[in-house]
Ligand binder design. Structure first.
Ligand code: ADP
Length: 259
C-alpha cells in the first residue's frame, strides 16, 4: 500500500459514491478521457479504505490468462501461478483494470461472474471457481470515444457496473491541482490552465484527444525545474496532441500570446 496519502482533489461526490459501492460490493466503472484523475482517484480511495491496490493496464494483447494465471514450468515440475486478478481476489485487494475496453474479449467474459452477486472467478485451467474475499473490489476505467474506430464496451458489460463520469476540472480547481502537484506559482498555473481551456474549446481542430490535466502537470513540472515556459508548453502540452507541424505551429502561436 502507498505510504503517503495520494493527493486527490474531488470534483463532485465521487468519494461518497466509491465508499458506497465498496460497502455494497458493487463494481465501479470510471468513464472519461485520459489524464483526468481516474487512476489518482483509485489510489486515493485505496489509501482511504486501507486496502491494497493492484492496477492492471489493459492493452490489445491483455488476455484472461494474464489476469487469472497460468501454468509455468519450474525445473521438472509444472506449477500454477496466480495472475494479479486471482491474487487480488484471494487477498481482498482493490483491482483497477485501466482501459478495460482495450483488453481482449475473453477478459470481459472472464470477469462477468465477478461483477454480479456471485463474485466468483472460474479458472478453466484448474477447473475450479474461486470466491472473492469480502474486501475485494473491482474498478475499471473506460475512455469513451477516444479514437476513430474506438473500442466500445457492450451494454451488457457496462450495466454490470456503477459508473462515474470524469472530465477536465473547472479552471479554479485545475489551477489548485497544478500548484499542489508541482509547487508552481499560482500565476503560471493560471496561464497554463487558460491555454488548456482555449485549446479544449477549439473543437474544429478535430484533435482525437485534447490537453489533459496530466499534460498540464507535466508542463508545470518542466517549468518548475527551470525549462523555459514556452518550450515547456510546446513539448508537454502541444507536441503530444498531434504530429501535424502546421497545427503545432498554430497552437504554439496561440499559446505564446498567453504565456
Ligand atoms: P487518468 O487515470 O484519468 O488517465 P491520472 O489519474 O493518471 O489520469 O491523472 C493524471 C495526472 O493528473 C495525475 O498524476 C495528477 O498529477 C493529475 N490529476 C488529475 N486530476 C487530478 C485530481 N482531481 N486531483 C489531483 N491530481 C489530479
Amino acid at each position: 500500500m502507498t505510504e503517503k496519502q495520494p493527493y486527490y482533489h474531488p470534483s463532485g461526490r465521487e468519494i461518497e459514491v466509491f465508499e458506497h459501492a465498496y460497502t455494497n460490493k458493487l463494481p465501479l466503472l470510471l468513464k472519461g478521457p485520459t489524464g483526468t484523475g481516474k487512476s489518482r482517484f483509485v489510489e486515493y480511495m485505496a489509501y482511504q479504505l486501507h486496502k491494497p491496490l493492484i492496477t492492471i493496464s489493459c492493452h490489445e494483447e491483455t488476455s484472461s490468462t494474464d489476469l487469472i494465471g497460468r501454468f509455468i514450468i519450474k525445473g521438472a515440475e509444472t506449477i500454477w501461478l496466480d495472475g494479479p486478478l486471482t491474487l487480488a481476489m484471494k487477498k481482498g485487494a482493490i483491482v483497477y483494470l485501466d482501459e478495460i475496453a482495450e483488453a481482449r474479449p475473453d477478459v470481459i467474459v472472464a470477469i462477468h461472474p465477478l461483477t454480479d452477486h456471485r463474485r466468483e472467478l472460474f479458472i478453466d485451467k484448474l477447473n475450479e471457481s474461486i470466491a472473492a474475499h469480502p474486501d475485494f473490489m473491482l474498478v475499471a476505467s473506460f475512455n469513451p470515444g477516444y479514437q476513430k474506430g474506438f473500442k466500445e464496451l457492450k451494454p451488457s458489460t457496462r450495466q454490470r457496473f456503477v459508473a462515474l463520469p470524469f472530465n477536465y476540472p473547472l479552471p479554479k480547481m485545475e489551477v489548485l491541482i497544478l500548484t499542489n502537484e508541482t509547487g508552481i506559482d499560482d500565476n503560471i498555473a493560471q496561464k497554463l490552465v487558460a491555454i488548456a481551456q482555449k485549446i479544449r474549446n477549439l473543437k474544429e481542430l478535430g484533435l482525437t484527444e485534447t490537453v489533459s490535466t496530466r499534460l498540464l502537470v507535466d508542463a508545470a513540472k518542466l517549468i518548475k525545474s527551470g525549462l523555459p515556459k514556452r518550450l515547456s508548453v510546446k513539448v508537454a502540452m502541444l507536441e503530444p496532441l498531434t504530429d501535424e507541424p502546421e497545427l503545432i505551429q498554430a497552437l504554439e502561436d496561440l499559446s505564446n500570446l498567453m504565456i
